[in-house]
Design a protein around this ligand. Structure first.
Ligand SMILES: Cc1cc2nc3c(=O)[nH]c(=O)nc-3n(C[C@H](O)[C@H](O)[C@H](O)COP(=O)(O)OP(=O)(O)OC[C@H]3O[C@@H](n4cnc5c(N)ncnc54)[C@H](O)[C@@H]3O)c2cc1C
Length: 312
């Protein structure tokens, strides 16, 4: 049952912002530690574009929304967990006394915060690309690769590291590296690409075609049409929420984009603020996000216990 506006005035031991793989995993540890926790979630997990999630323990091939729903169902067994379907638009304060403001207006008080807000992918602006994201235009072959085994695959160069990605993708099928304006790799890299059987295509990509979200053809700027089943790329990423920045958390440059700096317990540079999942790690998948959440949730619980001892 959702709390009403009065209950929001009750201080929570912890507020978890983001209720997906990382956030729900954090909330589970805090709940099992018998502390009261609110989970605020805007309902936009990063993999919402995919129809199936792969590689997660016991859930290979499950629908992402169903995985999250099932984790929420488990948490509803705990009376000390409150779900709030909303966006957190502000967070301020200090350890022991944070205030989180919801888009709909109410505010929550919390001793600890867990930021599990995820990241957003910045996709190249190319006709036919965005609508295929998560189905036939992909970033990770471990998540979505096995299903295309043996079919013609492409890598769209977006960073200088894309040659390495193309060498990896050949594990799943014959691969073309579309440079699409990125510089031609040097001789050493070209030799390695040749050893891995990668075809290098220097002509820019014009558009992607295929029925619905299927990819059938990469159309090049010179009019050539290349048969293709899946196209991989490495998007730049940004924080899905500005809250970590507004709280003053330190960031570092990750391989894909900015990452919230955390220690081994997922504590950020701001006392009392923990961060977990894609927003707070360099490598991303649902398993790592969930594991991060477990670490953050247990650390939040420990910090509440030991704060009590210090005060005594
Ligand atoms: C297309 C695609 C396919 C993928 N496929 C797989 C796969 O098959 N297997 C796999 O293991 N991984 C896959 N991934 C990676 C996986 O989606 C992420 O690693 C995982 O979702 C990260 O979990 P998270 O909890 O950190 O963040 P997310 O799942 O992105 O969840 C963040 C949550 O926080 C909420 N939120 C953000 N800001 C606020 C706010 N201010 N207030 C309230 N709520 C907020 C969001 O709405 C969202 O619900 C895929 C990624 C993409 C892009």
């Amino acid at each position: 049952m959702q709390p009403d506006m009065q209950m929001f005035a009750t201080p929570f031991d912890a507020v978890v912002i983001g209720g997906s793989y990382a956030g729900l995993s954090a909330a589970m540890q805090i709940a099992r530690g018998r502390r009261n926790v609110a989970v605020i979630d805007a309902g936009k997990p990063r993999n919402r574009f995919a129809t199936a999630s792969h590689g997660f323990f016991g859930q290979d091939g499950a629908e992402p929304a169903r995985m999250i729903e099932s984790a929420r169902e488990k948490l509803t067994a705990y009376p000390n967990v409150y779900f709030i379907a909303d966006e957190a638009v502000g967070a301020s304060g200090q350890e022991g006394a944070f205030v989180v403001t919801l888009a709909s207006g109410p505010m929550l008080e919390a001793s600890r915060l867990v930021l599990a807000t995820g990241i957003a992918d910045i996709l190249p602006d190319m006709p036919g690309l965005a609508e295929r994201w998560g189905v036939s235009v992909l970033h990770c072959p471990y998540c979505h690769g096995y299903e295309f085994g043996g079919a013609p695959l492409g890598v769209l160069a977006t960073t200088p590291h894309c040659a390495e990605k193309a060498m990896i993708i050949t594990e799943w099928g014959p691969t073309t590296l579309f440079l699409n304006g990125q510089p031609m790799p040097d001789g050493d890299i070209l030799a390695k690409l040749a050893k891995r059987g990668v075809t290098v295509e220097p002509v820019a990509v014009d558009t992607l075609e295929g029925e619905a979200q299927t990819l059938r053809t990469v159309v090049l700027a010179d009019g050539r049409r290349i048969a293709m089943t899946a196209l991989y790329l490495t998007p730049r990423t940004v924080m899905a929420s500005p809250l970590a920045e507004s709280l003053g958390c330190a960031f570092e440059d990750g391989f894909f984009g900015p990452v919230i700096v955390t220690d081994g317990k997922k504590a950020t540079s701001i006392p009392g603020v923990f961060a977990a999942g894609d927003a707070a790690r360099g490598m991303h998948n649902a398993t790592w996000a969930s594991a991060d959440g477990v670490t953050a949730g247990a650390a939040v619980h420990h910090s509440l216990i030991f704060e009590g001892l210090d005060a005594a």
